[in-house]
Design a protein around this ligand. Structure first.
Ligand SMILES: Cc1ncc(COP(=O)(O)O)c(C=O)c1O
Length: 393
């Protein structure tokens, strides 16, 4: 059986040995130098000024929305649009923090939201921000999306948990908007077991994220920002360590996250290149020489750093047949979480945002789509089995 996730880490043995040595010798397990080093290395690799590390991609999403609320850049009852095909904890923070979550439909041949869809939404609804998911290593017309959002003064946020390293129109995904989020969960491009990050070039936002990450206090800020905050609020020294400035959580990663991140990032380019190569190999066979699946468009991707390989069948019946045939050969799963409009939590909390028949393409993806494994250490034999299993049914 070819599993969705091949191993916990790229270069598994080396990572386990590093981890074992670290556990036996470190004097510090809680957030410290390993985490800070990884933050700097990740920001540099991504090409952003700041990277703030969290204990998961979900926490990164929650912290980003909370930080924007703390800064007054989002207000309760504001509408934030998001990609209808995404993961639950992309949209849940919007709901949890009192915003209206407007689902945007995806485009049939890219599985991602296009600038045309955003423009349609902006004409009908006063949208404050777009929280775009770059689904499974793909995007639509990201350069135009960037321009449309900038011209309309709409904040563009990217959930890049599935697309680390992808490039389109010269833009490394995650660098199109104000901020972007990443997941380092097992099976994602870089694995730190659990982990996540927010990247941004905005200093004020980076500071706000550090406050949100740890209890709402200032202890994780550098001296300059700590001093400024204490002076602004006239905090007496006795209370310096126990003053809580903003609404926060405890979403800190441990040094294990930092250690593994530092070890994995050395291989980031290699991981991206291998994922891309497998993606293009599968795509050439399964998107073109096949009547079972809708062809997906990927010429807009200079680098398609796929987390997994998406397929949308020509009908729900074909999906049932294909999935049945894959049964004990290749592990498959729905397209991320399908359409959020169909998830029970969404209709429970956002009924007022649902219109009959909305997001028809996402509905199609929900009923006909699935994804199959891509991981960098996949063997040629595994690739052969996958192609054979999904080419002919
Ligand atoms: C688009 C997207 N956002 C957020 C997450 C959450 O990341 P994590 O599992 O690290 O909490 C995922 C997880 O797979 C995801 O696919």
């Amino acid at each position: 059986m070819i599993k969705l996730v091949g191993s916990a880490f790229y270069h598994e043995k080396e990572m386990r040995e590093k981890l074992a040595r670290f556990m036996l010798t470190t004097e510090r397990f809680s957030f410290g130098d390993e985490c800070k080093t990884f933050e700097r290395a990740f920001a540099k690799w991504q090409g952003r000024k700041y990277s703030v590390l969290f204990n998961s991609g979900s926490s990164a999403n929650l912290a980003l929305i909370q930080a924007l609320i703390n800064l007054g850049r989002l207000k309760r009852e504001d509408t934030v649009a998001f990609s209808a095909v995404t993961w639950s904890t992309n949209v849940m923070p919007l709901i949890q923090l009192g915003l209206n979550a407007l689902p945007l439909d995806v485009t049939e041949d890219t599985l991602n939201v296009s600038s045309a869809e955003i423009q349609r939404a902006l004409k009908r609804t006063p949208v404050k921000a777009v929280f775009l998911t770059n689904l499974l290593g793909f995007c639509d017309d990201i350069a135009v999306i960037k321009r449309v959002c900038a011209e309309a003064h709409v904040m563009l946020l990217e959930d890049n948990c599935e697309s680390l390293g992808s490039v389109s129109s010269g833009i490394k995904l995650g660098n199109a908007g104000l901020a972007s989020t990443f997941s380092f969960f097992i099976g994602h491009h870089l694995s730190t077991i659990e982990g996540g990050a927010v990247c941004t070039d905005d200093e004020e936002l980076a500071v706000a994220l550090q406050i949100v990450r740890a209890h709402g206090w200032d202890r994780q800020l550098d001296e300059k920002h700590q001093k400024a905050l204490r002076a602004k609020h006239k905090i007496e020294p006795f209370y310096g360590l126990y003053t809580f400035y903003e609404l926060g959580y405890n979403l800190r990663p441990t040094e294990i996250t930092g250690l593994l991140g530092n070890a994995q990032i050395a291989y980031a380019d290699e991981i991206v290149a291998k994922r891309e190569k497998i993606f293009r190999h599968f795509a050439e066979v399964l998107y073109t020489k096949n009547d079972l699946y809708m062809p997906l468009r990927y010429e807009q991707m200079e680098t398609a750093s796929a987390m997994a390989f998406p397929l949308v069948c020509v009908s729900p019946e074909v999906r049932a047949r294909v999935v049945e045939r894959a049964n004990d050969k290749v592990e498959v799963r729905p397209m991320v979480a399908g359409s959020m409009v169909f998830q029970p939590f969404f209709s429970k909390w956002q009924k007022h945002m649902i219109e009959p028949g909305m997001c028809p393409v996402a509905a199609k993806v929900h009923r006909r789509g699935f994804y199959l494994p891509i991981y960098p250490e996949m063997t040629d034999e595994d690739k052969k089995i996958i192609i054979e299993t999904f080419s002919e049914v």
